[in-house]
Design a protein around this ligand. Structure first.
Ligand code: CA
Length: 230
């Protein structure tokens, strides 16, 4: 795994330097900017995993920097507030900060907050990933990555084949008529024959059922098709 990249935007040079060294010691890759505008530019030009953002900054304050970052990126942001001012915290969280630290802080606490932020983000990504995956037996379709696998082996499908397989898998165990399939995959204005469904089912079967010697796609005579576990 490559190193996680953190950007520190903090105008107190000594504090910035201290945090930079601690983070590097923890194994992070670190950049430091001492001014709001420069910080914003770096944040937009690079792909940081996390940004430590001071509120009181020259040229562009931290709230404004955060607001502009949020318009285009969902990078983790921890605000560093000098005051224990509640309005700063609330405002920061409202604009989309993931967490905040009140200065002065113990470096151990900052490191812990950073670890927690990464963990939380990782968990959310994992959940989103799980939602985009549908399985039937060992057959797995990942909508987000547009990928189909059987026993982790990637199956190459054309766009239409993918859409058809996904439609079947989303309706696992339910019989879909040729008309339903045509309307869903080819659209209401499709004027061709519903035989096109049989043709594409044949393509998919040759790539999955025949290849892996399984029987997942079932023909329901006179009606249509369904996909189910063996
Ligand atoms: Ca400051």
């Amino acid at each position: 795994m490559s190193k996680r990249k953190i950007l520190i935007i903090e105008d107190e040079v000594k504090l910035g330097r201290f945090v930079e060294l601690e983070l590097k010691y923890e194994g992070y890759e670190v950049d430091v900017r001492h001014d709001g505008r420069e910080g914003l530019n770096s944040a937009l030009e690079n792909n940081y995993d996390l940004i430590l953002l001071d509120v009181m900054l020259p040229s562009l304050n931290g709230m404004e920097v955060l607001r502009r970052i949020r318009q285009v990126k969902d990078v983790l942001v921890i605000m560093l507030t000098a005051k224990s001012d509640v309005t700063d915290k609330v405002m920061g969280l409202d604009i989309g900060a993931d967490d905040y630290m009140t200065k002065p802080f113990a470096i151990e606490e900052l490191l812990a907050r950073i670890r927690v932020s990464f963990k939380r983000k990782g968990d959310i990504n994992k959940i989103e990933e799980d939602f985009s995956i549908t399985k039937v037996g060992n057959l797995c379709i990942d909508d987000k990555k547009h990928k189909v696998t059987y026993n982790d082996e990637v199956i190459e499908l054309t766009k239409k084949e993918f859409d058809l397989l996904k439609y079947l898998m989303d309706n696992k165990g339910i019989v879909l008529t040729r008309d339903m399939i045509v309307r869903n995959i080819w659209g209401y204005d499709y004027i061709g024959d519903t035989n096109v469904v049989d043709v594409y089912i044949r393509y998919i079967r040759s790539k999955i059922d025949s290849k892996y010697k399984v029987n997942l796609i079932h023909t329901v005579r006179g009606v249509g098709y369904t996909i189910k576990d063996e």
